[in-house]
Design a protein around this ligand. Structure first.
Ligand SMILES: Nc1ncnc2c1ncn2[C@@H]1O[C@H](COP(=O)(O)OP(=O)(O)OP(=O)(O)O)[C@@H](O)[C@H]1O
Ligand SMILES: [Mg+2]
Length: 350
């Protein structure tokens, strides 16, 4: 899969930017705060229907403007796909695929797939479980619409159950929500498990290659066993705490190197290598499952990797169209210079 054209209007600091991307490596070069990451975010938005740095659409609309739009054209094996997204400050976003409006973000999922990698992605290894769930949710939503529907439904029921818990109502009433919550929750758990069963061996293989087999990495899915039973058993406690304490919204991944939790004991370099292994594994798995290589978005990663890992990254990603941001131009790819929210070289296209 390959993005051929990207056009933005009033998107963050880009008033009007058009980019014709090359098939291989594309590098967005410029000083800090010129709008390089904003361009990656626009691509991300066209892939998953939300911003990369924010879930609030209005933050992506240029200061002082009423609306923004992003238009992305991609070439897939089955033909061309054109995504248009309109973000208004006061209204819901509008999305069209090949000129046809869609009513649900789920219908956007899987049209153009991307894997985003930035130094921030370290959070996934280093920080709270929510960051690891977010990674699972974004990947699975791109690969499987039914997952996205189940997740949306789960979050809605969960919010209702939590609201009820705050009213101090009759605990027997909880059964109404519990049955629905378990129904979609079990789908989420099963899909996460199946996804991780496929992804984990690929992560371990990448990690083995990056570290020369020096370290033993394990990735374990941690979830609630027998959700229905445990949810029922937790009713009294949930009522006391006024929140739902068991379910896939509490899932986590235990990532260990030589048996030790990498989150607590891993060095910065070890954490970074795990994050990179996960991203490269995602790329491989997406390609295998969809028959299309996703677009790889790399934000500021070269500054973070030593030369061996940079070289390894470049060989692994050779098959993917890649958009990289950097403050200095590396000696690869098609270079675009970004300055003040504009592409200043090559000369702007229209
Ligand atoms: N809604 C918005 N409207 C206008 N400008 C915005 C908006 N949101 C962010 N910006 C501006 O975009 C700029 C940052 O752009 P971006 O993050 O793409 O920079 P960058 O080129 O990636 O820089 P760095 O090299 O530091 O990562 C900031 O100056 C910020 O003020
Ligand atoms: Mg940036």
């Amino acid at each position: 899969m390959q993005i051929t054209r990207l056009e933005l209007r009033n998107f963050r600091n880009h008033r009007h930017t058009t980019l014709n991307l090359a098939p291989g490596v594309n590098v967005l070069v410029g000083a800090n705060a010129q709008g390089k990451t904003n361009l990656l975010e626009a691509i991300y938005l066209a892939c998953v229907g939300r911003g990369w740095r924010t879930s609030r659409d209005r933050e992506m609309v240029q200061f002082g403007a009423d609306s923004a739009w992003v238009n992305v054209t991609a070439q897939k094996r089955c033909g061309t796909v054109e995504i248009a997204i309109h973000l208004g400050t006061g209204q819901k976003k509008a999305i069209a695929v090949n000129g046809i409006p869609i009513s649900k973000v789920a219908e956007l999922m899987g049209q153009i797939n991307c894997v985003f990698f930035s130094p921030d992605e370290l959070k996934m290894v280093k920080e709270a479980p929510a960051d690891r769930r977010r990674f699972l949710n974004i990947d699975l939503s791109q690969l499987d619409k039914t997952y996205f529907y189940a997740l949306t439904r789960y979050n809605k029921i969960l919010a209702e159950r939590n609201a009820y818990l705050k009213t101090n109502g009759d605990p027997r009433e909880l059964a109404i929500w519990d049955e629905q919550l378990v129904k979609v929750g079990d789908i989420i758990i099963a899909k996460r498990r199946a996804f991780l069963n496929q992804l984990t061996p690929l992560i371990i293989a990448q990690h083995h290659a990056l570290t020369g087999g020096q370290e033993n990495l394990t990735v374990q899915y941690e979830t609630v066993q027998n959700f229905a039973k445990n949810l029922a058993a937790a009713r009294a406690r949930d009522q006391q705490l006024r929140t739902t304490t068991v379910g896939p919204h509490r899932d986590d991944l235990a990532i260990k190197i030589n048996g030790q939790d990498v989150r607590l004991y891993g060095s910065q370099g070890q954490q970074r290598t795990v994050a990179l292994s996960i991203k490269l594994a995602e790329l491989t798995l997406f390609t295998k499952l969809t028959g299309e290589t996703p677009i790889l978005l790399l934000d500021d990663v070269f500054s973070e990797l030593d030369s061996n890992r940079q070289a390894r990254l470049l060989t692994t990603i050779a098959a993917a169209q890649t958009v990289i941001t950097a403050t200095e131009a590396p000696a690869v790819g098609e270079i675009f210079t970004i300055h003040h929210g504009q592409v200043v070289s090559p000369a702007p296209v229209s």
